[in-house]
Structures are given as structure tokens and as C-alpha cells.
Ligand binder design. Structure first.
Ligand SMILES: Nc1ncnc2c1ncn2[C@@H]1O[C@H](COP(=O)(O)OP(=O)(O)OP(=O)(O)O)[C@@H](O)[C@H]1O
Length: 248
């Protein structure tokens, strides 16, 4: 269970995140949506103690994130390529993360084999350094690394971006399988409403750092989200100026 209480983050006096209260029970897959700058990555960064809250706090499985390191053994994430180590091959990186998470080489070899479809003959077995992989293949490595050691909280920031359509379909299955485990909480952000509504049981919509919708997924969720974003784009669309003949 993740509990967020009066959480805010400010930069130069501007609040970029302001969440009074949000509870995410164990075993739930949450999709986080919102336009650019809505605060999705800020929330994930706070969940991973990468930045300090301006006020409030997050408790994850009874551990206060900003006061203890005890959440680290059961939490994993892939936010961006800064999580990778450029001078390692994917296999070396997986073994390294495996050691941190109490997995031996055989465990990791089995994990790599189980994701061979997802890697699709690329990324692993190429003797390439992570820094030399394409953005999409780096992302695949980061996502699989986040699954090492059966973490109970998995955070993926825009995991579908940069992935080819086949890999997106495979990733949806991976996330759905993860979310079927009642012990695992998955948080996924995405700009793709179709993907989010497919993999998540609940969708939280942020706008300017605030939760403006918190929806248990149903067959109406995609339409509700789509209507919301259509409404936002119409509010911000430039108003056409009709010039009279004299003005022209
Ligand atoms: N270090 C920082 N200094 C100043 N402002 C910041 C900093 N980090 C983030 N912000 C601001 O916080 C706001 C929220 O950013 P955030 O990256 O969380 O949004 P997001 O929802 O993940 O956006 P996107 O969909 O574009 O990735 C933005 O206005 C951003 O400019």
C-alpha cells in the first residue's frame, strides 16, 4: 500500500505537484496520465526519493520514503536512461542489478531467456555496450532490469515511448501479468490513452500537479479520458479571428 499525504513540490515558488491524499492499495496497476508538465515524473521522482518534497510525505508498505531506505529492497523503477550504466553490456547490467537484489547468475540467465520475445533478437547477446544501443533497446533493458528480484512496487515512466508496435504489445502483456500478482503494485505513466486503459485497473489524471480524475477502469474510461483531453485542447486552441472587409 502506498499512501500519499499532503504532498507538494515547488520550484522557484511555483507548485508543480500538489496532492492532498492518494492511496494505492497493494496489487493495483495504476496508470498516470496528464499533459506535458502535469507532474507525472515529479511524482515518480518523489516515490523514489530522487527529490525531496516541499511538504508532506509518501509511505510505501509502512516505510516513509524520505526518512528510511527500507523501501529500496521491494521497489524498482525505470524512469530514463540515467538508470542504466553505459559501459556495461545488457547482460553485465542485469547481473549487476541481480547482485543488488539477491539473484544469482542462473536466476538472471533464466530471466533473460524468459524475456527473449521481448528483446526480439536485439539488445541481448550482441556484445554491445548499453550506451551504443538504440533508445528503444535501452528502454527494453531498463524495463526488464526493473523486474529483477520480484519487486513489490514497480514504477515505469512512459514505458511505451520509443518502443516499436510489436514490443508495445509484448510490454502490455508483461505489465498485465505483473498486475495480476496481488502482491505487486504497478505505476505506469503514459501519453497513450489506449495503452494506459488497457494495462491499468485505475487511472489517475494529473493537471498542473493536481489530481483531477481518479477513475476505476471500466469500458467507459477511454472515452472519458479522451473527452477530457479533447476539452482541454479546445480551451487552449487559438480563437480564429474573423476580419471584416474593412479590416482586411
Ligand atoms: N528541477 C526542476 N526545476 C524547475 N522546474 C522543474 C524541475 N523539474 C521539473 N520541473 C517542472 O515541474 C513540472 C512538472 O514536470 P514533470 O516532469 O513532472 O511533468 P510530466 O508530467 O512528467 O511531463 P512530461 O509528460 O512532459 O514528461 C514542469 O513544469 C517542469 O518544468
Amino acid at each position: 500500500m502506498i499512501t500519499i499525504n499532503n504532498l507538494s513540490k515547488q520550484y522557484n515558488g511555483t507548485k508543480v505537484l500538489d496532492i492532498e491524499s492518494l492511496e494505492i492499495p497493494k496489487g493495483q496497476a495504476i496508470g498516470l496520465v496528464g499533459n506535458n508538465g502535469a507532474g507525472k515524473t515529479t511524482l515518480f521522482s518523489l516515490l523514489l526519493d530522487l527529490i525531496q518534497p516541499s511538504s508532506g510525505h509518501i509511505v510505501s508498505n509502512d516505510v516513509r520514503i524520505d526518512q528510511s531506505e527500507d523501501w529500496k529492497p521491494f521497489t524498482s523503477a525505470f524512469i530514463d536512461e540515467s538508470f542504466l550504466i553505459g559501459y556495461l553490456t545488457p547482460e553485465e547490467y542485469f547481473y549487476f542489478i541481480g547482485e543488488l537484489r539477491g539473484q544469482n547468475k542462473a536466476d538472471i540467465d533464466a530471466l533473460i531467456a524468459s524475456y527473449s520475445d521481448f528483446f526480439n533478437g536485439e539488445a541481448v547477446g550482441q556484445k554491445k555496450y548499453l550506451r551504443d544501443l538504440s533508445k528503444g533497446n535501452q528502454k527494453k533493458v531498463g524495463i526488464v532490469a526493473a523486474l529483477i528480484g520480484k519487486p513489490q512496487v514497480v514504477i515505469l515512466d512512459e514505458p511505451f515511448a520509443n518502443l516499436d508496435p510489436s514490443t508495445q504489445i509484448r510490454l502490455k502483456k508483461i505489465i498485465k501479468d505483473l498486475a495480476n500478482d496481488p502482491e505487486v503494485t504497478v505505476l505506469v505513466s503514459s501519453h497513450d490513452l489506449i495503452h494506459v486503459t488497457e494495462v491499468a485497473q485505475r487511472v489517475v489524471l494529473l493537471e498542473k500537479g493536481r489530481v483531477v480524475k481518479d477513475i476505476e477502469k471500466s469500458s467507459a474510461t477511454f472515452k472519458e479520458l479522451e473527452d477530457y483531453f479533447i476539452g482541454i485542447s479546445e480551451i487552449h486552441a487559438p480563437v480564429a479571428t474573423v476580419l471584416t472587409e474593412e479590416e482586411e
